[in-house]
Design a protein around this ligand. Sequence first.
Ligand SMILES: Cc1cc2nc3c(=O)[nH]c(=O)nc-3n(C[C@H](O)[C@H](O)[C@H](O)COP(=O)(O)OP(=O)(O)OC[C@H]3O[C@@H](n4cnc5c(N)ncnc54)[C@H](O)[C@@H]3O)c2cc1C
Length: 469
Amino acid sequence: MTAVAAEPTIFNRVVANDVCVGCGVCAGVAPPDTLRMRQRASGSYLPQEVSPGATRGLERRLLRACPFWDQEDDEDTLARADYRRQEGIRHRSELGYYLRCFAGRVADPDRHDRATSGGLGSWLARKLLREGKVDRVISVQAHPGEKPVFRYGISRTLEDLDQVAKSAYHPVEVSAVLREALAQPGRYLFVGLPCSVKAVKLAMREEPLLRTRIEYTVSLVCGHLKNRYFLDYLARCCGVEEDRVEMADFRKQIPGNPANRFAFGVQVRHGDDVKWHTIPMREVMGGDWGMGFFMHGACDVCDDVFGETADAAVGDVWLPEHIRDERGTSLVVCRRAEILRLIEDANAAGEVALEELPVDAAVRSQSAALRHRRDALPYRLRLYRKRGLWRPRKRFAGLATQLSLFRKCVVLLRDKLQRQSTRAFALQKPKPGLRAFRRRMLPWVFLYRLLYRLRSVYRRCARIYSRAN
Ligand SMILES: Cc1cc2nc3c(=O)[nH]c(=O)nc-3n(C[C@H](O)[C@H](O)[C@H](O)COP(=O)(O)OP(=O)(O)OC[C@H]3O[C@@H](n4cnc5c(N)ncnc54)[C@H](O)[C@@H]3O)c2cc1C
């Protein structure tokens, strides 16, 4: 890996140091026939010059649209420019600007069943389109039977929006849809992960045309993104070779279980029939999100969990009192008054069933992601510096958090699990099954579990000791 090169470009800094998330915004706003997105073996996307030297002279422009470059503006300043003038706006370091936060679900049980959690993500897109606030919606769609199954698309009608995917823990990129949005006049809603919303906001500053097209942005709350091996691996865990996968569902509800006990499922064709094969995530080695299996390198230097640059963010309320409904409960953070008004009116009309969520609870609902993204970030940045790797400037790099020895060990093990899982699956891929993969991963998974077990034993002993004294 390259540490530092003379003239910075997206290739010699962001890509070479493995912090490109493959969002595709740089390729979307680059002049035609200069830059395209290509897929690595792991399914992640990377920008590539259409011909050698095609982006000469565009270096600065491309960097300015990159969410993982050393921008002058960070999530705080980008969001401040858009939201600080909203009446009643407040700010909280972990979650950014907000007017109000809500917990709840769509009232239509059928739509709730089809959603990832409370269905507020797809409801908001439908609402903005139905009310004529936007003409088109840019979001991730599912294309059963095609490769890749999940990709960005543009919906023009409410029927088109039925194709919109549930949460796809799978790489997607926006270059083609951004080019289409630049070519086709209209008012667009952009739905994406925090990094791609930030990149779109950065690109809107560079591209006046894009600024006139993107009317609203909605972000998903995000713990981290996975590469495509995650889907391939889970398919094999279901006993299905990945080439046979027609469709995947990363969040299949298990009746009678709380929302966080979900399953993964793949749809496979058997003659004229299609059949779902599923496995509960808790039976999957690495099914624990905290282990960071197949995580993108870029996610380790991202400190935005709540999509802080978006007009609204939607996620899950991962709190004990909100996970009882197996179908899930949506978390909504509103930053723009027009969206807040839409939501409040729909709530009054019974279209959605939402209750106010105190901001402390909203933050607590993402405590695991915040611990990793925020608290451990300065330590990770120190580790990267020691390895001589370039990393972008971060908002919380100087945070004086003292990580416990336990947390430092978790960071080191997660780093190992993340890189080793992708490497081990690449070696396993030409052969059927998962034997070699499991053999390579088991010692690290064992150590990770042992670490947590030791901590719980230590805590129990400490409690007994303090009670006895
Ligand atoms: C990679 C990833 C990580 C996430 N991490 C967390 C987390 O740590 N905590 C948390 O609370 N929530 C997280 N979420 C969000 C969560 O999974 C749900 O998407 C969210 O609760 C919205 O549910 P819903 O029922 O309102 O959405 P739905 O009504 O099911 O709509 C889902 C929306 O997400 C869009 N979408 C799906 N996949 C992607 C993708 N890969 N990239 C961009 N857009 C996509 C679809 O286009 C659709 O608009 C994550 C989502 C993803 C994709």
